[in-house]
Design a protein around this ligand. Structure first.
Ligand code: AMP
Ligand code: ZN
Ligand code: FE
Ligand code: FE
Length: 316
């Protein structure tokens, strides 16, 4: 069954606005899931995906808010992966979160996140910075996935830096003095796990941040053969030329092209909700692939919820 979202024009005019990558305070965003969804509706979005780092913890709260605020929610997750020795982020959409292999792997990543905190704090203390694990917990609140942004927030509270950006630049970035590695899942393995859980995967901001991403057209072709469904092209970390090159590769390979804000609330500037969007036809393709994956895996996957979502499987 192909879920329909009634794409095309909205009944009150204008094209549908779709943002497929956002973070709540269950990871390193700053708004709780319900507030994030309410803000997405207020920003005029028709569809929003919640994609917290390595956790599906916010799904239920976000789903209730989506029904309340008349916006369609796509339940997703941004998973920390590794490919050719580099860290990459993989967006998973609509997998069955009770799939044991997927749930175990997310827990393994979350354990890695928790496990490195003492090391980061020790390195900061070694630099003479007075910050403790309790200080980090105080700012991470209801986050299931703790991360460097929370350490950054603790450094802001302590008056060591003025914002997350400065904390990453001076201490927490990969070449910074307080950097500690953590576990991430091999990319191809996670693409397979998401499929097996009846979901689909989209490679997040593949050419963002570092130039030595190691992902050329051939690499995308390999990942497509491994089951990758789409590529996030329209993202703030990609300049206009990067986007066009990436779009051409995705088109040639028949991969779905997505766009998003990668919103983190007040945790990241220049990432306002809806600042980049996904074309309705691309979302339809993504949903059709998710539907096919769910059928092939024999999984009862979450489907869309809320808003103008029609004819899709809705559960929970
Ligand atoms: P971690 O999850 O602990 O590996 O931290 C990486 C996360 O921190 C990324 O997913 C971003 O959301 C965020 N991040 C990375 N660099 C920066 C930066 N310069 N300023 C703010 N947030 C950042
Ligand atoms: Zn983040
Ligand atoms: Fe990311
Ligand atoms: Fe993100």
């Amino acid at each position: 069954m192909t879920p329909a979202i009634g794409t095309g024009d909205r009944h009150y005019g204008g094209p549908m606005r779709i943002d497929l990558h956002t973070h709540s305070s269950r990871s390193d965003g700053t708004s709780p899931p319900a507030v994030l969804v309410e803000q997405a509706a207020a920003a005029g979005l028709d569809v929003v995906a919640l994609t917290d780092h390595d956790t599906t913890d916010g799904w239920e709260e976000a789903a209730r808010a989506a029904e309340e605020h008349g916006i369609t929610l796509v339940r997703g997750v941004e998973i920390s992966c590794r490919h050719k020795r580099r860290g990459v982020h993989l967006l998973g959409y609509l997998p069955d979160p009770t799939h044991t292999g997927l749930a175990d792997e997310l827990n393994r990543i979350l354990a890695g996140r928790t496990g490195r905190m003492p090391g980061i704090v020790a390195k900061l203390q070694g630099l003479g910075i007075d910050v403790t694990e309790d200080d980090v917990h105080a700012v991470s609140g209801d986050a299931a996935a703790s991360g460097r942004p929370h350490v950054a927030d603790a450094l802001v509270v302590a008056g060591v830096v003025t914002d997350r950006e400065e904390a990453f630049r001076r201490y927490l970035g990969p070449s910074g003095p307080a950097y500690v590695q953590r576990y991430a899942t091999p990319l191809v393995e996670m693409i397979g796990l998401l499929r097996d859980a009846g979901g689909v995967s989209v490679l997040a901001h593949p050419w963002g941040r570092h130039d030595d991403h190691g992902l050329d057209a051939e690499a995308f072709a390999d990942l497509g053969r491994a089951g990758l469904t789409g590529v996030e092209v329209d993202h703030q970390d990609h300049d206009p030329q990067t986007r066009e090159e990436l779009r051409a590769i995705a088109r040639d390979l028949g991969l779905v092209v997505t766009g998003s804000s990668d919103h983190h609330g007040t945790g990241k500037v220049d990432h306002d909700l809806g600042c980049n969007t996904t074309h309705p036809e691309e979302l339809e393709r993504l949903l059709a692939a998710a539907s096919a994956a769910a059928d092939a895996a024999g999984r009862d996957t979450p489907g869309l919820v809320g808003g103008r979502a029609q004819g899709q499987r809705v559960s929970g």
